[in-house]
Design a protein around this ligand. Structure first.
Ligand SMILES: [Cu+2]
Length: 512
């Protein structure tokens, strides 16, 4: 499988808030790919954002490309991953953003920190899974297993499995940087006998709260404090999927170990693991409903739009385009990657044949969360963008539908963090539902879970000019078209306009 610097997960990048990071990617593999810096807003710099055929063409084998990754107000934990087909399954790593020298944490400084990467494992090559599904038109398979920091743990019964051990000292506080890098699964995570204090999500601080477990969606990152205040010993760290769809995930528990100094190694009993069951909807949404913005000076200034200039209402669906041809869509448009990247076409004002600027701002009218049997399940293919004016106050409402198996969707927006201001069950009502919005302390995040049969509302100011992908972070949806593009026009000054492309150029598109 394709990996970075011979390691799975790949190398961790550790920087300070506001740094600019230059990452030179040499492709020594045998197919092209790109890298995305998930959650980094890259002000005015879509050139380094990464999604293939959206902001760049692939870095071909034997070539290299230097990303200029521009941090601004992000703090805490993000990650990087490939953004081509399914290659992110093995090409990913943590992106840790520490406070500046003269800056404190909004909680007692932890004694140490540790990245915990939650991953999917397939007994096949990730790219091959995608190309097989794409050529047959059939939905891709479930994961064979899951891993934590590259280790399968001790629940699968294979004699050569290894388990990740986090070495800790008694009576200390550790900051866990938990990243859900799984391909298609939300995850519950817990540590036996230890409570978890959640302090940040998606690189901004949240109001601290304590829980016996967390729920984390693909694409999301959570910073969690753990006190090693139990008897000296070893304790399971464990995860299992949360699955609310009609197409359930592989229900495996995967383990790692919190290993106190001077404790025995081995002989742990799996029965000490406590996790919600895979279909425990109450556990999932009780946890998520506790996430609130934190009014601390270390956070970006609170700036939620109280009125909006534009609402984009998007229905999310999986589709059957005749026979067994699997597709996925937003507002009944299934995204097709163009032959050259959208950013290049936009910047050079030669968009003909690459994309159109007519992504529908509303879905076709139907009973999204009702009984859809007999309703035409197909979708149209296209590369259609939403165009926003610089500085507009934008609301995006994301509506789950009961097409196909039905299910939830972790939706990720590039180029921004957004305020998650509302959510509910059923069909969104544009008169009554906005009255329930939280405009007081909504979390500032980059990936939000739209629950099965429900909706969420997001708000942000379109103050980052560029071409920004928005997509489901379930790979089996995104790679089949559950994506769209937001183009934010330039403002009136240089400082509110897209920067020029890198002087050394962008990767050439195939056939150009
Ligand atoms: Cu999805």
């Amino acid at each position: 499988m394709l990996v970075v610097n011979d390691s799975y997960p790949g190398p961790e990048i550790r920087v300070h808030r506001g740094d600019t990071v230059y990452v030179n990617v040499h492709n020594q593999g045998n197919y092209g790919f790109t890298i995305h810096w998930h959650g980094v807003k890259q002000p005015r710099n879509p050139w380094a954002d990464g999604p293939e055929f959206v902001t760049q063409c692939p870095i071909e084998p034997g070539t290299n490309f230097t990303y200029e990754v521009i941090l601004s107000d992000e703090i805490g934990t993000l990650w990087w991953h490939a953004h081509s087909d399914w290659t992110r399954g093995s090409v990913h790593g943590a992106f840790v953003i520490l406070p500046n020298e003269n800056e404190t944490y909004p909680f007692p400084t932890p004694d140490a920190d540790q990245t915990i990467m939650l991953q999917s494992w397939y007994n096949r090559d990730f790219l091959e899974i995608f190309t097989t599904a794409n050529s047959t038109g059939r939905a891709p398979p479930n994961a064979d297993a899951y891993s934590i920091n590259g280790h399968l743990g001790d629940t699968y019964g294979c004699t050569n499995d290894t388990i990740f051990r986090m070495q800790v000292d008694y009576q200390k506080t550790y900051l866990l940087r938990i990243i859900n890098a799984a391909m298609n699964e939300q995850m519950f995570f817990s540590i036996t006998n230890h409570s978890l204090t959640v302090v940040a999500q998606d690189a901004s601080y949240i109001l601290n709260f304590t829980s016996d477990y967390i729920l984390i969606t693909p694409g999301q990152t959570m910073d969690v404090l753990v006190s090693t205040n139990q008897n000296i010993g070893q304790y399971y760290m464990a995860m299992r999927p949360f699955s609310d769809g009609a197409f359930p995930a592989t229900n495996n528990i995967t383990t790692a170990i919190l290993q106190y100094t001077n404790s025995d190694v081995g002989g742990l009993n799996n029965s000490t693991i406590t996790l919600p069951s895979m279909n425990d909807t109450n556990a999932a949404y009780n946890f998520t409903s506790r996430i609130k913005n934190s009014n601390v000076t270390q956070n970006p200034p609170f700036n939620v739009p109280t009125d909006t200039d534009r609402r984009v209402y998007i229905a999310i669906a999986t589709n059957n385009n005749g026979g067994t041809t699997f597709r996925a869509s937003l507002n009944n448009v299934s995204f097709l990657a163009p032959r050259i990247d959208i950013l290049q076409a936009y910047y050079n004002r030669s968009i003909n044949g690459v994309y159109t600027e007519d992504f529908p701002l509303n879905p076709p009218v139907y009973n999204y969360t009702g009984e859809l049997t007999g309703f035409p399940p197909g979708t149209s293919l296209g590369t259609r963008a939403v165009v926003l004016n610089y500085g507009e106050a934008v609301e995006i409402v994301l509506q789950a539908t009961n097409f196909g198996a039905g299910g939830g969707h972790p939706i990720h927006l590039h180029g921004f963090s957004f305020y998650w201001v509302g959510s509910g069950i059923g069909n969104f009502n544009n008169i009554t539902d906005p009255m329930s919005y939280n405009l007081v302390d909504p979390p500032l995040i980059n990936t939000v879970q739209v629950r099965r049969g429900g909706w969420v509302a997001l708000r942000f100011f379109a103050d980052n000019p560029g071409v920004w992908f928005m997509h489901c972070h379930y790979e089996r949806h995104s790679s089949f078209g559950m994506d769209t593009v937001f183009i934010v026009r330039n403002g009136t000054t240089v400082g509110t306009s897209i920067r020029p492309p890198p002087a050394s150029g962008m990767p050439r598109c195939p056939g150009t």
